[in-house]
Design a protein around this ligand. Structure first.
Ligand code: GRF
Length: 202
């Protein structure tokens, strides 16, 4: 299976996927990353892709007349690599109708909280501020909402009294990277069905 991964930051989830494919080999893992896309340049995520010898593309909102034009450009840039699965690994933009029309049902996101709790761009900070005693991460299919698509898998992380946002986020990311590698591999190898809010991996 062909994967395109979308990033906006450090790309440690991307790196975990790169390492898993390199370690197992694309055939055994079930997929290979064919390109990495971003909404901004100059980020470590793109540097990781370049170090792995992968093609990259950048679609910046400000380079387009409007949001729909950006969404269409992102969809076209992604489609050029003919992905079977698209993975948002810290991609910090909400995609629109065009992108979902093309990749809905095969577009996976990872979120650093236990959805439906704490959706949006500050899930770690919100869980900490709320006083949650456990939080974690969620891998889900992207639908037309924000972090509202069918959940594939979740991982639980304890919140510690001494945690600040970055310490808690680092601990979540340790679980998140393993969860994402496991889920993407199983989706790619086994195939899956989405039945309402349920995801069945064969
Ligand atoms: C991840 O925790 C992801 O869930 C969140 O941002 C973080 C991205 O980390 N949206 P990285 O860029 O993969 O290191």
């Amino acid at each position: 299976k062909r994967l395109v991964v979308l990033v906006s930051g450090s790309g440690t989830n991307l790196q975990a996927l790169l390492d898993a494919v390199a370690e197992a080999g694309p055939a055994a893992y079930g997929a290979e990353i064919v390109a990495v896309g971003a909404d901004r340049d100059g980020i470590e995520g793109l540097a990781r892709a370049e170090r792995a010898g992968l093609p990259t593309f950048v679609c910046k909102v400000k380079d387009h007349a409007g949001r729909d034009d950006w969404d269409r450009a992102l969809a076209e840039a992604t489609a050029a690599y003919e992905p079977d699965l698209v993975v948002s690994a810290g991609f910090m933009k909400i995609v629109g109708k065009e992108f979902l029309a093309r990749f809905g049902g095969r577009f996976v996101n990872t979120h650093p909280a236990l959805l439906p709790s704490f959706p949006g761009a500050h899930g770690v900070r919100d869980a900490l501020a709320y006083g949650a005693r456990v939080t974690g991460c969620t891998v889900h299919f992207v639908d037309d909402g924000v972090d509202t698509g069918p959940i594939i898998a979740q991982g639980v992380v304890e919140v510690r009294d001494e945690d600040d946002e970055s310490a808690l986020h680092e601990r979540i990311k340790e679980v998140e990277r393993r969860l994402l590698v496991d889920v993407v591999g199983r989706l790619a190898r086994n195939g899956y069905r989405i039945e309402g809010r349920k995801v069945v991996i064969q």
